[in-house]
Design a protein around this ligand. Structure first.
Ligand code: SAH
Length: 376
């Protein structure tokens, strides 16, 4: 059994149960025994695979999206291109390759990568060794120079820790919500869920999506405070400089009740307590909640669109046809990649894109509409 499990149990014994977010944070990011810092989990030999790993088309289209965004913000100099959670760096490499079509863009851009895992930073360094633009690693958005900024993140939000809350008495309204905790059961020597006796604080209740008022007893809601922090930082940046922040991830357009915490090992679902620190842990991204939070801080946000629609609007079918024409032997492979990224049975509808932007910009490429701004 994992060393991290022993440490988590020791901590629960001395300090009491921990929140689901704390558990998730330790499992994923503990520097000594966490999942990401100690391995490269991606690809067919790893635990999961992502869109940029499936096909070069994904990053190439995001490159085109980025160039269009740069044009939309007036082709400024000194642009920061930021990626959150870049994995193996493949998406950024594909984006920059596509951007060679716009040398004036490349002349004006510096890349910043925000990556919690030292192991993956090393892989990214290799992948981007021939980058046509300067690449550096920083710890947070605050460390990036003020200036026009384009931010992208694929399957980044889903690995940010979520807190879970359970409605135990809906007539008590916000006071009926209790936090779901991780505890240790001595008799069976297992980690297990428990519900905190105390109701949540007013502050925590207010951070929950508005759908909480529709909850029935036993309904569970997830909240991702780290995603809110990111949006706060994006908002602060866009107050002074133009830019956009694009996120693609899996999750619903409307808030759903229920536990979505999931552990993956070698592409199979396993129990979330089965092997702490050695399995990938993610939770669905609540796109409605992201939009609500953005509105609450007056940050312009699009309505989310499905990945299939987003990629289609960016021209993925045309790109696939061009690639197949250039390499007829790969025709079948490219058709399969297109299917994985866009079909309903695969990633096409489960995955969504959402974009946040500075004031005064039109609806970004690939999207339909902006969320109405908050009524005052
Ligand atoms: N975007 C990549 C990788 C997705 S996996 C792709 O699509 O292939 C999630 C990535 O986010 C990994 O690189 C992981 O190490 C990183 N990550 C997870 N939590 C993070 C955090 N809090 N801060 C920065 N990076 C994080």
């Amino acid at each position: 059994m994992s060393l991290l499990r022993d440490r988590i149990i020791a901590r629960i014994k001395s300090e009491g149960p921990m929140s689901v977010a704390e558990y998730m944070g330790l499992c994923l990011l503990d520097p000594a025994h966490g999942y990401y810092p100690t391995r490269d989990p991606l690809g067919s030999d790893g635990d999961f695979i992502t869109a940029p790993e499936i096909s070069q088309m994904f990053g190439e289209l995001l490159g085109i999206w980025t160039i269009q965004t740069w044009r939309d913000i007036g082709m400024p100099g000194g642009v920061n291109l930021v990626e959150l959670g870049p994995g193996r760096g493949i998406m950024m490499a594909d984006m920059l390759r596509a951007a060679r079509l716009a040398p004036d863009f490349l002349d004006n851009v510096s890349v910043y990568l925000i990556e919690a895992s030292a192991a993956l930073q090393a892989v990214q360094g290799k992948t981007l060794a021939d980058s046509p633009v300067p690449v550096s690693w920083v710890d947070s958005l605050e460390d990036i120079p003020v200036g026009p900024t384009i931010i992208v993140g694929n399957e980044y939000l889903d690995c940010l820790p979520v807190r879970q809350f359970i409605q135990t008495d809906r007539f008590a309204q916000d006071k009926g919500w209790h936090e779901r905790m991780v505890t240790y059961e001595k008799e069976t020597d297992t980690l297990a869920f428990a519900v905190a006796a105390e109701p949540v604080s007013d502050l925590a209740a207010q951070a929950m999506p508005s759908a909480r008022t529709e909850a029935r007893n036993e309904d569970l809601l997830e909240v991702c405070p780290a995603a809110h922090q990111i949006l706060d930082a994006v908002k602060a940046r866009f107050e002074f400089s133009p830019g956009r922040a694009l996120f693609i991830d899996y999750g619903p357009e409307v808030t759903e009740f229920g536990d979505t915490l999931q552990a993956l090992k070698r592409h199979e679902k396993v129990g979330v307590f089965s092997d702490p620190g050695n399995t990938d842990l993610t939770a669905r991204v609540d796109f409605a909640a992201l939009g609500e939070f953005a509105r609450s801080i007056d940050l312009a946000a699009t309505t989310p669109v499905q990945q299939s629609e987003f990629l289609s609007k960016l021209g993925i079918e045309m790109r696939a046809a061009t690639l197949a024409k250039a390499s007829p032997d790969s025709k079948l492979k490219i058709a399969r990649q297109l299917d994985r990224l866009t079909s309903d049975e695969q990633m096409g509808t489960l995955f969504k894109a959402i974009c946040f932007q500075s004031d005064g910009l039109d609806v970004p490429m690939g999207f339909r509409t902006m969320l109405p701004s908050q009524e005052t």
